[in-house]
Write a new protein. Sequence first.
Length: 255
Amino acid sequence: MMRRAVLLLLLLLGLAGEALAQRGLSSAVVPADAPLVTDLSAHLIAITSSFTGTELLLFGSIDEPGDIVVVVRGPSGAAVVRQKKREAGIWLNRSPIRFEGVPAYYAVASTRPLGEIGAPNLLARLQIGANNLRFRFANAGPEPNTKPHRDAILRHKKQDGLYREEPSVVFLGPKLFRTEISFPSTVPVGTYTTEVYLIRDDRVIAAQSTPLFVDKQGIEQEIYDFSRREPAVYGFMAVLLAVAAGWIAALLFRR
């Protein structure tokens, strides 16, 4: 709490410094003890029935010059990609490829385009940038050419707003910076990691990792927990509700 209060104070001082600079005045910035200090405006995203997406503020300060890169990774899991093939005039799903270690959410914010901040080998080693994510091939047998399948995962994730990259980190002065991280309404629950890197001359000067939690709240949480505890009962009730809804709809249209 004390660190967050200090950072918020720094953020306000930075905003005041900008205003004073526009008037030809100067303002002292409180230096941070560490080369890189960051925090989030909230560490929990609560998903309720009215949740339509949200944005979190990430703010911080640096004690050395350099570029800031923020990487937010969602919970990793499996993804299956099937290739569509036309047989006898019918499109069928063939050749399923399974990958492990696919982040459900992945976002990168930076002060400049990634290609201008670090060398390709540095970005690849840190898995910064969607094209540098390493999905593990999980099928039996030798790995075929999976690049089209990997590209399909990235394409669909970007279309759903779950993967994004943009140079949206803004410096409020020589040391203070901020950025906003957007989460769509389809963001999955789980534990996320927010990584912040201070990079200069193709080297990581400092790095910090902060946890972020996305969880259901209220009736959504109770339904979710019940579906996990009693999957058979939950499935049976879902079928009954669907049948009842269809029966009621039939009666209404009959009238």
